[in-house]
Design a protein around this ligand. Structure first.
Ligand code: HEC
Length: 418
């Protein structure tokens, strides 16, 4: 048998030799495309990975978070929906990163380094048309998760169409995530006025309960402003599509502060990009939602579902999707059913409240008349869920609080006929 084994070893050896991974060749490119959009100066990553020394210094941490699948925080499962700007590590990239660390992190031949990318500055999409900044600095309490909403008047005197939204954290050591909402009801301002400090506390949403609000007014006046959240990075909508920014609407910015042992002052800004060409189509956010939730105490896999039927004359295309649950959520998926045929549009099977995002389809998904969107949410209300905020356990219903739940997907659509 021996000669055979020998032959096989020889046959594999050249492949192994050429696979010696270097920073110059592979790792610099992997880190640039999968990590550095957040891990760069001024962004939300707590450390920068822009050069060799940074990456080497943090190698033990990088190894741990990559092995455990914590980073990069791209949530949609592979194979269910194709999304723009996806930054999950491919299996071979993950293998390269880990074997490079195991092999002592060689630089390799510096001639292989990618050409230096031009520093994009603070705003990845370029200078915004409108920048809204928190009126005053805010210092969140130390050592806990703080969810705070800030009301930002736009000062615009005509309605606008918005193609993209980005956030500039004021203090990236404590700002973990930001979601931008719109309020035309005036509720957010009242909540703000009641609280002496800047903004007001808010957890699951900006405080105007979409479960009770008039649905058509919600859709027409807008509710989300692109839903910038760090689980998906900012990008422009397809050309000719815009989100309406009503001149009377206020932007409500929900900031999640994650302070640990240190706190500090933050003054975060939001950058708004108007459509460069005429917006032929308005993006509407449709909530596919189940508000009649009742999640029994102790149930480890409670399921709630919701359906949205597409009526004749309301044929539409789905441009993006923003799934949303709270801390008991473990799994969320949106499925389409067209003429009896089912297809999964998005699946997140390791839901994490802290990594939400608006995920944009590479190709908008056509929904003809009589087709359906279906939402399925799964919750773990047992003691085995380390995120369960209730002790003792309790039955959980719909609501905005940390101990309440939601089962919701905002689906960004354009209608074929208007
Ligand atoms: C979408 C933004 C984003 C991307 C992309 C991203 N990170 Fe992070 N990373 C963060 C934020 C925010 C934190 C701090 C808060 C947290 O850990 O949740 C963090 C924390 C970390 C930490 C420290 C965590 C700890 O427990 O010590 C490491 C190490 C890390 N990231 C490595 C990476 C690597 C490696 C990649 C690419 C393979 C990556 N990150 C991609 C945003 C990002």
């Amino acid at each position: 048998m021996r000669p055979v084994v020998f032959c096989i070893a020889l046959a594999f050896a050249p492949g192994l030799a050429s696979a010696a991974v270097t920073y110059a060749k592979e790792i610099s490119r992997i880190v640039e495309s999968r990590c550095a959009q957040c891990h760069r100066p001024g962004d939300i990553g707590p450390m920068s990975f822009k050069n060799f020394d940074d990456v080497v210094n943090y190698a033990p941490d990088i190894k741990r978070v990559v092995e455990e699948g914590i980073m990069p925080p791209w949530k949609p499962s592979e194979g269910h929906g194709k999304f723009k700007g996806a930054f999950a590590l491919k299996p071979e990239e993950k293998a390269d990163l880990l074997s490079w660390i195991a092999n002592g992190m060689p630089m390799g031949d510096e001639a292989d380094l990618p050409p230096k990318t031009e520093e994009k500055g603070n705003w990845v999409l370029g200078e915004p048309d409108l920048i809204l900044k928190m009126e005053a600095g805010y210092v969140p309490a130390r050592g806990k998760d703080v969810y705070r909403c800030f009301v930002l008047p736009t000062g615009i005197d005509a309605d606008k169409f918005v193609s993209a939204v980005d956030i500039l954290p004021g203090n990236r050591k404590i700002v973990h995530h930001v979601i931008a909402y719109l309020d035309s009801s005036g509720v957010a301002e009242k909540l703000d006025a009641k609280d002496e400090e800047p903004g007001y506390d808010c957890y699951g949403g900006p405080g105007f309960d979409i479960g009770e609000t008039n649905l058509s007014s919600l859709i027409l006046n807008g509710f989300m402003l692109g839903g910038w959240a760090p689980g998906a990075r900012p990008d422009f909508l397809p050309e000719g599509i815009g989100m309406k920014l009503n001149k009377s609407a206020k932007v409500v910015m929900q900031v999640h502060y994650y302070t640990g042992l240190r706190t500090g002052e933050d003054q975060t800004s939001i950058g708004i990009y108007y459509n460069k060409t005429k917006a032929e189509k308005q993006l509407f956010y449709i909530p596919v939602v189940q508000t009649r939730l009742n999640i029994p105490a102790g149930d480890p896999a409670h399921v709630a579902t919701a359906e949205f039927p597409v009526m004749p004359f309301l044929e539409m295309q789905v441009v993006n999707v923003f799934p949303h649950m709270h801390l008991l959520g473990t799994k969320i998926e949106v499925e389409k059913q067209v003429r009896g045929e089912k297809g999964r549009m998005i699946l997140i099977d390791n839901w994490d409240f802290n990594w939400q995002g608006t995920y944009s389809f590479v190709e908008p998904v056509k929904m003809p008349a009589f087709s359906q969107l279906r939402l399925r949410c799964q919750f773990d209300n047992s003691v085995n869920n380390p995120r369960n905020p209730s002790n003792p356990l309790k039955n959980v219903k719909w609501g905005e609080g940390t101990e309440d739940e939601m089962c919701l997907a905002f689906v960004g659509v354009i209608f074929d006929r208007f």
